[in-house]
Design a protein around this ligand. Structure first.
Ligand SMILES: [Fe+2]
Length: 191
């Protein structure tokens, strides 16, 4: 299942998140992400003005996907020129990922693609997007988002083509299916 959300945040909320992320960048409080799945990206981890919306979004996600999905965490990322998201599935336990566009200096939409295919292979192996049937293309504008079952449906973005100083701010919210939450986490809640 995949779901597009047309209006998740208002202008003030987007502005608050954008400003906090830009401040963190100014203070060099980010990591350069160069890994198997993304290049030319800066990672900011859990940003308070982003993560505080987790509860509000959980209501929306649980209505559409089911109450067995428990909020895990958020993650903020800035993509720079040449940024790319190679076809992949998400880490085990991150059963739902909601991708939200916060802000971009680029005046064209940078779409994310996801396949209906239920992929059961190794997430680290090369997934050839051209062999995956039923692509969905999500044009996510500011304040909009797309939620997918990211551990089963391969998803990707093409290379971000833009000016040297341009950037694109995305945040991700993750939910874990209750049955996939490790037992020691429940034990920690109880103690
Ligand atoms: Fe992903």
């Amino acid at each position: 299942m995949m779901k597009f959300y047309d209006h998740l945040f208002n202008a003030d909320q987007l502005e608050e998140m954008k400003n906090e992320i830009l401040n963190l960048r100014r203070e060099n409080k980010h990591i350069d992400e160069v890994d198997l799945f993304s290049d030319c990206a800066l990672g900011f981890g859990v940003v308070p003005s982003v993560d505080k919306h987790g509860e509000y979004l959980t209501d929306i996600i649980q209505k559409d996907f089911g109450r067995e999905y428990i909020y895990s965490h958020s993650y903020a990322r800035m993509y720079l020129k040449g940024g790319v998201l190679r076809p992949h599935i998400d880490k085990r336990d991150l059963d739902i990922t909601l991708t939200v566009n916060i802000y971009s200096t680029v005046d064209k939409i940078w779409p994310i693609y996801a396949s209906d295919t239920v992929y059961t292979g190794d997430r680290f192996s090369d997934i050839d997007a051209n062999t995956l049937p039923n692509h969905h293309k999500f044009n996510i504008g500011p304040g909009q988002g797309a939620a997918i079952l990211g551990t089963t449906h391969p998803h990707w973005r093409d290379t971000l083509e833009c000016g040297e100083d341009d950037y694109y701010i995305q945040v991700f919210y993750h939910w874990t299916r209750m049955q996939n939450i490790p037992l020691h986490v429940f034990t920690a809640f109880k103690s």
